[in-house]
Design a binder for this molecule. Structure first.
Ligand code: 5GP
Ligand code: ZN
Length: 113
């Protein structure tokens, strides 16, 4: 298995997991850009937003609700946070397994890119 996130999902590579169920996994980014920096993803390998289909509609909705719940749990919801996804080379996506970044705990830059 080449995908690093699939290896984490399989339990082959350790990660600081903050949530998991049969379909979704969330763990702390190894190089946090903010006091809270959590990566949230579907367990099934989907390379990027580009590969999403209607089949994943409900799953991605659940993922966003999970992000909201994790922001509350982390104590960053009241002051605000950012949920972002990079897609493809120009989007700056480094790991080709679709994932959302939940960032909070500090004032984030105005700029998105
Ligand atoms: P991307 O640019 O693809 O959206 O970001 C990938 C993110 O995954 C980066 O923020 C990077 O620090 C994180 N990351 C890459 N490899 C690992 C890893 O093995 N473990 C953890 N916890 N995070 C990783
Ligand atoms: Zn994968």
């Amino acid at each position: 298995m080449e995908c690093i996130f699939c290896r984490i999902i399989a339990g082959e590579v350790p990660a600081d997991i903050v949530y998991q169920d049969s379909e979704l996994l969330a763990f702390r980014d190894i190089h946090p850009q903010a006091p809270t920096h959590i990566l949230i993803m579907p367990k099934g390998h989907i390379a990027s937003l580009t590969e999403l289909t209607r089949k994943e509609q409900a799953l991605m909705g659940r993922l966003i609700l999970l992000a909201k719940e994790l922001a509350e749990k982390e104590g960053v919801a009241a002051k605000g946070y950012r949920l972002s996804v990079s897609c493809g080379a120009d989007g700056g996506q480094l790991v080709p397994h679709v994932h959302f970044h939940l960032l909070g705990g500090r004032k984030l830059d105005d700029q998105l890119g």
